[in-house]
Ligand binder design. Sequence first.
Ligand SMILES: [Zn+2]
Length: 259
Amino acid sequence: MFVGSFLSDDSLKRKEGFDTLSYQFSIDGHCDICDEAVVFNSKHDWFRDHLLCSNCGSIPRERALMRVIKQVYPNFKELSVHESSPGTRGASEILKRDCADYSSSQYFPDLASGEMYEKYNQQCQNLEAMSLADQTFDLFVTQDVMEHLYNPAAAFREIARVLKPGGAHIFTVPIVNKWKATELRAILGEDGEIIHLMEPQYHGNPVTDEGILMTYNWGYDIAAFIDKAAGTNTVIMQIDDIEHGIRADLIEVLVSKKQ
Ligand SMILES: [Zn+2]
């Protein structure tokens, strides 16, 4: 089933006054997240946020992530998995439900790594300085987190530290600069104050109403950045598979393997 037309011109994605009522895309398919025959629907041509699974409500980058996890680790349900900043749908829910050994953490600026935030029943882990033991996990998952850190090199090193040899950090991050070199958007000053190098841009934050600042415009050179920082072997995977609802800009999935 195909209704309407697929607009591939991303320059339209934030066009003023975009008429969402007249845009409708639908296609039958199979969802890698809920593992059901579903319909993928979008009322906007910016599929990254709008091409929803009719059953589980997942979006393309979540389905791409789940696809890659299943490909790299067909036995993922038996593995020791940690997810930083999990969402409340999509791959996070499946990993939490199906993995025998799943744990998660969020970053709360007022808490130290390892402390519990009772309100959310969630432990705090600062990715740049985690309290988790060395070589604990087979799989470490993050979704659209690594563009918000002030010291991502430290975070990639820390994630590699808590992975078992042969384990992997599998994650999504918007590689907005593509072939252009990575750019810094904001840094911390000597007193911890934020110094903006570009106009501030914020993304939604699952645990607060405040947006979270984007600190990096990553390019495809992120793979070399990670490997240099953490001694890993990183590949960037790009999937386009509309019958599985995996089509959108900025849905690359990175696999950083610890040697
Ligand atoms: Zn689904």
